[in-house]
Design a binder for this molecule. Structure first.
Ligand code: ADP
Ligand code: GLC
Length: 486
């Protein structure tokens, strides 16, 4: 039973939703009976892909859960999802389902409800007829952290179930004042034994301490989070727990993200027949009001699709943008978030009409058209647990220009020598500022203007193997290590 706040296409704010969309199907094909518990978040949850709300089957009776001494009545809605391969239980509950995924003052309490409900569902499935016991609770990110605790400490039916916790982003740990512990049913001895961090309640820390296995979304990030630079204050703990920590890189859903069949883009193309990509680039320029260059082979179009947070290094992208534009490039950024970054991008677009486009939105269709239309893809991330956008970019033949950190190191084969491309499919650089990113962009622009090198790298990128099928096997191995029979 996987527990997650996000499951794309139902609700998504970033890569977490994509992982819960892509991993379960291949896991099911590998012999795992995968169930998912997630929230029904008011009108934030989009159910069109499964035929709307009528595709949900409500359980005949509501489930009563208690939280902090308060009875809470939860309605479970069951549906076949993931092309019919998986069953998802959507939890409708007060507070949790009021609409909007995140951003409420009581998010910690809302996701405690989701976690409690998930453990209740798993207990009911275990006790029910025919299915057999739930053998593992697999919780994702801080929102589901309490599911690990409730399963271990408060669910007799799950006594034999293993618990796994996956860190998608250590920067968000789910913090609350210690005084909230009783409202979340965290006992004081467990607060002190597992959850306490600098006197406060830290939900992710509790899950890390309690879970049978910790995983994170790339091998390099698994190492990095054990250092002070990337550990967000938990590096010491993660070093101590390194025996149960594993890194498995994310994959992508190669059927959904396929330029040969993608209905959102202007022309179809593939590694063997890449001609349509130029049409997608022209179409994207037209859509965004970017000037058509006299010699397109001279003018790389650099794309970014991203949450606007300091994690993604978009300030470094802004620092580097003027030089890149002067060098003949064009830039498109799709993203929303931090107001200061939005302002900077807005002014950059104003200062370079026809050369820079900024769309402040969350727009899946435009995201696809940017991957398809871009020549280069910007990822100057300060840290990147895995990153999926570089994988989408590569699949659509846009070469990532990325800082050498986290999953970017594990998923990009960097160019070393332009005259001997080999298997290279992107650019990796070191450094901590806009100047370092500028240097990488200058090199990428230079290589872009070399048709032989460009074609070879583009082919490598589009053929790179990052399908979830391979990555799912690594999770199966992990489950087996815990003694689960698959
Ligand atoms: P993170 O989870 O840190 O945001 P990832 O690279 O793992 O980073 O995943 C980001 C996902 O969110 C990708 O599917 C990307 O296409 C999508 N995304 C991010 N911002 C936007 C946006 N403004 N519009 C559409 N999709 C977006
Ligand atoms: C997080 C990370 C991102 C990762 C995603 C899915 O949001 O920032 O790097 O790809 O989770 O695991």
């Amino acid at each position: 039973v996987h527990v997650s706040a996000e499951v794309s296409p139902f609700h998504k704010s970033g890569g977490l939703g994509d992982v819960l969309a892509g991993l379960p199907g291949p896991l099911a094909r590998a012999g795992v009976d995968v169930r998912i518990v997630t929230g029904l978040m008011g009108d934030t949850t989009k159910l069109d892909s499964i035929g709307g709300r009528s595709a949900l089957t409500p359980w005949p009776h509501p489930v009563e859960i208690g939280l902090g001494g308060q009875p809470i009545r939860v309605q479970v809605h069951e549906a076949r999802t993931h092309g019919g391969e998986v069953i998802t239980y959507f939890i409708e509950a007060p507070h949790l389902s009021r609409g909007g995924l995140y951003g409420h003052d009581d998010d910690v309490y809302r996701f405690a409800i989701l976690s409690k409900a998930a453990v209740a569902v798993a207990s009911i499935l275990t006790r029910g007829q025919g299915l057999g016991p739930v053998v593992a609770i697999h919780a994702h990110d801080w929102h589901a952290a309490l599911a690990v605790y409730y399963a271990r400490a408060q669910a007799p039916a799950l006594r034999d179930a293993k618990t796994l916790f996956t860190i998608h982003n250590l920067a968000y740990q789910g913090l609350a004042p210690a005084s909230e512990s009783p409202y979340l049913d965290v006992r004081w001895d467990d607060f002190h034994g597992a959850f306490e961090y600098a006197g406060a309640l830290n939900l992710m820390k509790g899950a890390l301490v309690i879970a049978d296995r910790i995983t994170t979304v790339s091998p390099t990030y698994a190492r990095e989070i054990q250092t002070a630079e990337y550990g967000n204050g938990l590096d010491g703990l993660l070093r101590a727990l390194s025996g149960k920590l594993r890194g498995v890189a994310n994959g992508i859903d190669v059927r959904r993200w396929n330029p040969a069949t993608d209905p959102a883009i202007a022309a179809d193309y593939s590694a063997v027949d890449p001609e349509g990509k130029a049409l997608c680039t022209a179409d994207l320029r037209w859509e965004l009001g970017l000037a058509a260059p006299k010699t397109p082979a001279f003018s790389p179009l650099l794309g970014a699709v991203t949450r606007l947070t300091s994690q993604k290094g978009i300030d470094w992208l802004c620092d580097a943008a003027d030089g890149f534009i002067r060098d003949g490039g064009q830039l498109v950024v799709l993203g929303e978030g931090d107001a200061q970054l939005e302002h900077r991008l807005h002014w950059l677009a104003m200062a370079h009409p026809g050369r820079v486009a900024f769309r402040r939105a969350f727009d899946e269709g435009l995201a696809h058209r940017i991957y398809a239309g871009a020549d280069l893809f910007a990822m100057p991330s300060r840290f990147e647990p895995c990153g999926l956008t570089q994988l989408y970019a590569m699949r659509y033949g846009a070469l990532p220009v990325a800082r050498a950190t986290g999953g970017l190191v594990d998923t990009i084969a960097p160019l070393i020598n332009q005259y001997d491309v080999g298997g290279a499919n992107g650019f990796l650089y070191e450094g901590h500022d806009g100047a370092a990113f500028s240097g990488a962009l200058r090199w990428a622009t230079h290589v872009f203007r070399d048709p032989g090198a460009l074609a070879a790298m583009r082919g490598n990128a589009m053929r790179a193997q990052h399908s979830w099928d391979d990555r799912a096997r690594a999770y199966v191995t992990l489950y087996r290590e815990l003694g689960i029979h698959i």
